[in-house]
Design a protein around this ligand. Structure first.
Ligand code: ATP
Length: 774
């Protein structure tokens, strides 16, 4: 006992000493940071004074200097919770080369770095040649020696990549825990345990183990944390993969796909800030997942250049707030909607704007040079047909239609045949056109007969079942038409409607703005150049501005939960990254889309022929083994033969089963949620079938904000300390992809899981539902 106490005391004293070592390094770092802040502030003041000199050169230089110093100050002033979090002690490298961050570049140890102890041939000896500290941003000392290496710099890679199997130069890898300016603890991993390594003449001490386990065991909040201090080797390979083309990442629940995607965005910006000034877009399936993840990039010192958007918020001015039934979603998400939308975009022209009487569009009557000329309904229909031939965007065809109307009126007027002199004839035509196009009756007619269509207007027109049936003939079945039309009658949009709006935007094109009369191009005075009209009515500059405002494209697109994108959503996403490089992360076993083959085809179309690199993540960092094992039973049903990721830890806490008590779901679920709130420090998620969302929120009323109720589709990507999954059978029966959705629901907990069963679950005497029995 006494010996044990002595050993413990000795260990504690080494720990205290090592914390002291890291504390003095952190003090040095902060001293240097303060100097740099002072420098930056000096630069700002200096620049302000320079502004008073007033020569154009000095002003430009001042602006550039203020800009640079401002960015610098901002980064330095950013209060990072754990600014410094890692350290590696390295053997000497093969060559003596140093990189831009001041560290040696060689990955392999120098020959002879490890030697045999002359006194004990079984003992290997080595000296540490270099110690690097890793942090959120790089800091150089006044002599350019690296005080802290940015976690994204090449020299930091061994901190993440080194393993006992493939240690490279790393002997000891240390995770440093700190808060503000205080070092709280250190955790070491030995990469070469067989070695007796010396640093400054003393044997290298090793403190504890399990920095990763400590990170995984922490209570969860409603926001995701970064994982910079514990990125694992297989994850690091993805984060630092070259961005040349498409990086495809697959992995089961909890393997860190979302975390890796976010860290990759920060890494890419660090690597090539100029290239990614075009922006990085991260696409999330739900606003809940956006809210959960959006704090991670600022914690990595990256903001501004990265946009995280939910699929339902990708179109400006539209926001998805309601859900479609699975059957309706299946139709709206399918690429079968494409021909329907194309027909609708042209067909919607027939729909008169509100308050416009029928005679306003089935007859055009104008008075020119004192004569009345009229085009009847048949003639107008033929003109529309000619104008609409081809696949050009409907709104860009309005000038062509206008031109065809003028041609027809001119022909009817008979004026063309009156003069054989081409020049005279052309002059006459031009004055004819001018007369007609300034007449109110013509302008009103054109607005009513060829209205500028907006995506919203076409979508609303599709809410008329008869019309939709016409536009979707031979594409959609009667029941499908009914369901889609009914869903489009409501005011609110679903995530699938937003994709339809974006597609319609592409089909319609932005309305061409006619120029003001005084700006008319001389070319407008010519005849027979219908095809030029769209270009002539809008200058090249205007067009460029319009296109820029119309659609934002990004330099890199990251798709999270990619397995869930419908074919129509892949088209939306594809339009935002036509010239981009891509990172696509997902898990087919969690797909809530009914036809994965159709979605894969659409994905391939969006990604084009760009070469792809594939990665697989294999370790589940979220669920303890006890929960992962239960989820694997559902995986076997949902995707027979698919491999489960291996859980990295176990808690000894088996999932609990509760059967519905006498007074209904409310009291059973509430009691279970209350019990779990008492057992965990963090959050509790209650997952129910989508149609029970509203009542589930009522069951939990008054229990506080550590507990939330979620529909099965909303649980995607999120995690909680404990979860209650309500009626697996109801979730599984919700849609053709129900078993995969249930697999998602069962894999959200980091500590505890309770499954509550109702009669539909056919629970056994222990409350275990039929679906989860062996
Ligand atoms: N290297 C790591 N160190 C510490 N925590 C990690 C690490 N990798 C992943 N985690 C944690 O594991 C959990 C799961 O990560 P994440 O949500 O990124 O997984 P995922 O693969 O996207 O899961 P899902 O497919 O279920 O959405 C998160 O809490 C994350 O912080």
């Amino acid at each position: 006992m006494a010996a044990q106490q002595a050993a413990h005391a000795a260990l504690e004293s080494v720990r205290a000493r090592e914390i002291g070592v890291e504390q003095s390094h952190l003090d040095q770092v902060y001293r240097r940071l303060e100097e740099k802040i002072q420098d930056a502030e000096f630069l700002m003041r200096d620049a302000a004074q320079r502004g008073q000199v007033g020569t154009p050169g000095a002003l430009a230089e001042r602006d550039a200097q203020v800009f640079r110093a401002g960015i610098h100050l901002n980064r330095l002033n950013n209060e990072f919770e754990d600014f410094l979090f890692g350290r590696i002690d390295l053997l000497p490298g093969k060559d003596g080369e140093k990189g831009p961050d001041g560290a040696y570049t060689s990955v392999e140890p120098a020959d002879g770095a490890v030697r045999t102890d002359p006194q004990d041939p079984d003992r290997k000896l080595a000296d540490i040649a270099e110690t690097l500290h890793i942090g959120r941003i790089g800091v150089l000392d006044t002599d350019y020696a690296p005080l802290v290496i940015d976690w994204r710099a090449p020299a930091a890679a061994p901190f993440y990549r080194s393993t006992p199997v493939d240690p490279g130069r790393v002997v000891r890898r240390r995770v440093i825990r700190s808060k503000g300016r205080r070092v709280l603890g250190v955790e070491d991993d030995l990469m070469r345990p067989e070695l007796t390594a010396r640093l400054g003449g003393e044997e290298l001490p090793v403190i504890g183990d399990g920095a990763l386990m400590a990170a995984l065991g922490q209570a969860r909040s409603h926001t995701m944390r970064d994982i910079v201090a514990s990125i694992q080797a297989e994850q690091d390979l993805v984060i630092r993969a070259p961005a040349a083309s498409v990086t495809l990442v697959e992995g089961g629940p909890g393997t860190g796909k979302t975390a890796v995607a976010l860290h990759r965005a920060a890494y890419l910006l660090y690597q090539d800030r100029r290239r990614y000034s075009g922006g990085i877009l991260i696409i999330s399936p739900t606003p809940l997942l956006v809210a959960y993840t959006e704090g991670v990039l600022p914690s990595l010192g990256e903001e501004g250049q990265v946009a995280i958007r939910a699929l339902g918020s990708l179109v400006d001015g539209a926001e998805a707030t309601v859900y479609d039934t699975p059957a309706t979603a299946r139709v709206k998400g399918s690429s079968r909607m494409l021909p329907v939308l194309r027909k609708a975009a042209r067909g919607a022209l027939d729909q008169r704007p509100e308050g416009v009487p029928p005679e306003a569009t089935n007859r055009l009557r104008v008075v020119v040079h004192g004569r009345r000329i009229e085009l009847d309904a048949d003639r107008l229909a033929r003109i529309r047909e000619v104008a609409l031939s081809g696949t050009a965007p409907v709104n860009l065809l309005r000038p062509r239609a206008r031109r065809l109307l003028l041609d027809a009126l001119w022909e009817l007027s008979g004026s063309g045949s009156r003069h054989s002199d081409p020049q005279l004839s052309a002059e006459l035509r031009s004055s004819f056109d001018e007369d007609v196009t300034t007449e109110d009756s013509f302008l009103h007619f054109l607005d009513a007969w060829w209205p500028e269509l907006t995506p919203r207007r076409v979508l609303a027109a599709m809410g008329d079942e008869r019309r939709l049936a016409r536009w979707s003939r031979r594409v959609l079945a009667g029941g499908e038409v009914r369901r889609v039309a009914r869903s489009l009658k409501r005011d609110a949009l679903s995530v699938h409607d937003v994709a339809l709006l974006d597609e319609l935007h592409a089909i319609l094109g932005a309305p061409a703005k006619p120029r003001k009369r005084r700006e008319l191009d001389p070319l407008d005075q010519l005849t027979g150049l219908e095809e030029l009209m769209p270009v002539r009515e809008e200058s090249r500059r205007e067009r460029a501005d319009r296109l820029a405002a119309e659609r934002v494209e990004y330099a890199h697109v990251i798709v999270d939960e990619a397995q869930d994108l419908t074919p129509m959503q892949w088209r939306v996403v594809g339009r935002r990254g036509r010239h981009a490089t891509w990172t696509v992360v997902g898990d087919p076993a969690q797909s809530s889309w009914s036809d994965p083959d159709e979605a894969a085809e659409a994905r391939d179309e969006a990604l084009g022929t760009r070469p792809r690199r594939r990665f697989t993540l294999t370790v589940n960092y979220r669920n303890p083994a006890e929960i992962a094992e239960l989820a694997a039973k559902v995986l076997a049903l949902a995707m027979p033969g698919a491999a489960s990721p291996s859980a990295v830890r176990s808690t000894g806490l088996l999932p609990r089963y509760a059967a519905l008590a006498g007074d209904g779901w409310g009291s059973t679920v509430r009691a279970e949620a209350e019990r779990l709130l008492g057992e965990v420090d963090g959050t509790v998620g209650v997952v129910v079938a989508m149609n029970r969302r509203a009542e589930a929120a009522r069951w939990l009323a008054g229990l506080g904000d550590r507990v939330v109720a979620l529909g099965s589709l909303e649980a995607k990507g999120l995690e909680y300390d404990a979860t209650v999954v309500v009626s697996p059978a109801e979730i599984a029966d919700e849609s053709p992809a129900g078993l995969r959705v249930l697999y998602v629901a069962l894999t959200r907990a980091t500590r505890q899981l309770t499954v509550v069963s109702g009669p539909r679950d056919e629970p056994d005497a222990d409350g275990v539902p039929d679906l989860l029995r062996d």
